[in-house]
Design a binder for this molecule. Structure first.
Ligand code: HEC
Length: 241
């Protein structure tokens, strides 16, 4: 608990300091953002009693809310005209954005790292990791594998993993059927093993720098089914590609 208190104190201290630098009018305008940001601090503290993942969700929801409030605050400051005031408002917005980024990062470090990429509770996949999947599902997965619009950085899965069956950048672990251990899953997300859909989410969030795909949605389901076949191909086993 004391570690949490410590982090919270640091976070609040940082926010208070930012507030103190701000002209009273701007403090009033930006007050909403600061309040919400401290609520994110509370969510981190509540982490101990709530189920894993929920604190992170809370924290990032608040952070998003705060970002909106901030955008509003900045808008108002700009409309309110004085060039000097505007400079300050922008400075403040930047400072807070940093604080929030850190709050989120701290949330993730506290056990929520896998929240975005691990199968959620109650989810059951609509593809098979042990049996066959329908050819249309595999065709859809293959199309998405080449789709750069899935990422925020212009990459497609194929940019790293190769086109036309030239499989690349996989480690030895990919020789085994899913689920199995993957270094990236363990090192970056604290997961002891991953399913194919979880591995798709890991590459979505990390190298593709994007949001995870919708759990149970067509895109995740078909990409995971496709990767199950790629796994067999890489292992030198019969596959449906
Ligand atoms: C910027 C490069 C990059 C991009 C883009 C990328 N990946 Fe990966 N991927 C990697 C690396 C590196 C590994 C090896 C990770 C490891 O073994 O720790 C990997 C591993 C994998 C694995 C195998 C892990 C295992 O051993 O079981 C799968 C499956 C995978 N990626 C799927 C995808 C899919 C699907 C996409 C697109 C949504 C994608 N990747 C996009 C870099 C990338």
């Amino acid at each position: 608990m004391s570690q949490h208190d410590d982090k919270r104190r640091k976070l609040l201290g940082r926010l208070n300091r930012q507030l103190a630098y701000t002209a009273p009018l701007l403090a009033l305008v930006a007050g909403g953002a600061v309040l919400q940001a401290s609520a994110a601090g509370d969510a981190l503290v509540a982490d101990v009693s709530s189920p894993p993942g929920s604190a992170l969700m809370l924290a990032s929801n608040h952070a998003e809310g705060a970002a909106e409030a901030q955008a509003e605050a900045q808008g108002e400051a700009e409309a309110g005209a004085e060039a000097e005031a505007q400079g300050e408002a922008e400075g403040e917005a930047e400072g807070e954005a940093e604080g929030e980024g850190q709050a989120e990062a701290e949330g993730e470090a506290e056990g929520g790292a896998s929240a975005k990429v691990a199968r959620p509770e109650g989810y059951s996949p609509a593809y098979s990791e042990t049996g066959d999947n329908p050819p249309e599902m595999l065709a859809r997965g293959e199309a998405l594998y080449y789709d750069t619009s899935l990422s925020s950085n212009g990459l497609a899965c194929a940019s790293c993993h190769g086109s036309d069956g030239q499989d690349m950048r996989y480690n030895e672990t990919f020789q085994q059927p899913f689920p199995h251990q993957v270094a990236m899953g363990t090192n970056q997300f604290g997961m002891s093993e991953v399913h194919a859909d979880e591995m798709v989410q890991i590459c979505m969030v990390a190298p593709m720098a994007a949001e995870p795909l919708e759990w149970g949605g067509e895109a995740l389901t078909s990409l995971a089914a496709y990767m199950v076949e790629v796994q067999k191909r890489v292992a030198g086993e019969p596959h449906d590609l």
